[in-house]
Design a protein around this ligand. Structure first.
Ligand SMILES: CC(C)(COP(=O)(O)OP(=O)(O)OC[C@H]1O[C@@H](n2cnc3c(N)ncnc32)[C@H](O)[C@@H]1OP(=O)(O)O)[C@@H](O)C(=O)NCCC(=O)NCCS
Length: 278
């Protein structure tokens, strides 16, 4: 879906901060969100979702579900699809189905063959999905309260557990356990944020079900005290459930022609029309 000023306004009203370039950037039709959240300059492809209180600065996200309270840095590459490495070639020229690979003119050798070329094989999918075969897409999952540093690469199909931290420029190829801090290439566990008992309690509490304003007054820097206070919140407060919304529901209606009559170009005269026919 093309990002227009009207779409950005609808996103803003629905609780999404978006800085994508108007009339140039796109957001996948498969994007859904739970407000409030910030997609800033994130490129979102295929089926992506983001939960309340999460934001991403920039980068490319493919087929990824993002939980609540996530902080995703700049230029992250997440869940990018695979090419078929076991086929004769990994090139999309042999699996991309019906679409043209490059939108180019006809001033080169083979241009007419190129224009009509369609790869064909019984195992081609019926529908193309971007430039990636849907069968090759695996969902990438980013849990709740996950912090991903600048420039990280998150392989497709990876699950990053609740509370985890991914160090800047890491290459994450395997699932990351909850509350682990991982870094490097390939990313390894550096340490855990808390001890096993604390992690167990946080995972049981699932405090991210609650709105930030219901968590006000918690002693955030002192984890044991915070866990005690969270126990009270979980007992007394109601989870925050704004619901997920699809970007399809925010698509503005097509523009109507509001050009004032006096600025409209007059239809050509009969003589001119006849002249054109001749
Ligand atoms: C992961 C991170 C939080 C760790 O910070 P820290 O707790 O201060 O840890 P330290 O710097 O003491 O490093 C601990 C160990 O992790 C290693 N490490 C730190 N960052 C790493 C990285 N990006 N890749 C690989 N290893 C890393 C250190 O070398 C050190 O290893 P050692 O114990 O063998 O000496 C930090 O390095 C990081 O990447 N922050 C992300 C910053 C960012 O992108 N912010 C964006 C804002 S959204």
């Amino acid at each position: 879906m093309l990002v227009t000023g009207a779409l950005k306004k609808n996103l803003f009203d629905a609780g999404v901060e978006c800085h994508l370039t108007e009339n140039a950037s796109h957001i996948s039709d498969g994007f859904s969100f739970e407000p409030p959240c910030g997609i800033k300059l994130m490129e979102l492809h295929h089926e992506c979702s983001i939960g309340s209180f999460s934001y991403g600065v920039s980068g490319f996200y493919s087929h990824t579900d993002i939980g609540r309270y996530c902080s995703l840095g700049e230029s992250i590459q997440c869940g990018r699809g695979a090419h078929p490495s076991a086929w004769m070639s990994t090139s999309p020229f042999f699996y991309c189905g019906t679409d043209r690979m490059f939108y180019v003119g006809d001033g080169f050798t083979g241009a007419s063959d190129f224009a009509t070329y369609q790869s064909s094989h019984p195992e081609h999918p019926a529908d193309r999905n971007g430039r990636t075969i849907p069968n090759f897409l695996k969902k990438t999952i980013i849990g709740n309260d996950v912090w991903i540093g600048h420039g990280a690469f998150i392989g497709q199909g990876v699950t990053i557990g609740d509370g985890a931290v991914v160090a800047g420029y890491s290459v994450v190829t395997k699932d990351v356990p909850p509350y682990a801090i991982v870094g490097g290439n390939p990313a390894q566990i550096i340490r855990y944020r808390f001890n096993p008992e604390q992690i167990g309690r946080l995972l049981d509490l699932r405090w991210w079900r609650f709105a930030a304003w219901d968590l006000k007054g918690i002693d955030y820097p002192r984890i044991d005290r915070a866990i005690e206070q969270l126990t009270d919140v979980v007992r007394d407060a109601s989870p925050y459930t704004p619901g997920f919304m699809s970007i399809r529901d925010l698509e503005p209606p097509p523009p109507v022609d509001v050009e004032p009559a006096k600025h409209r170009k007059a239809p050509p005269s009969l003589a001119k029309r006849l002249f054109r026919i001749w």
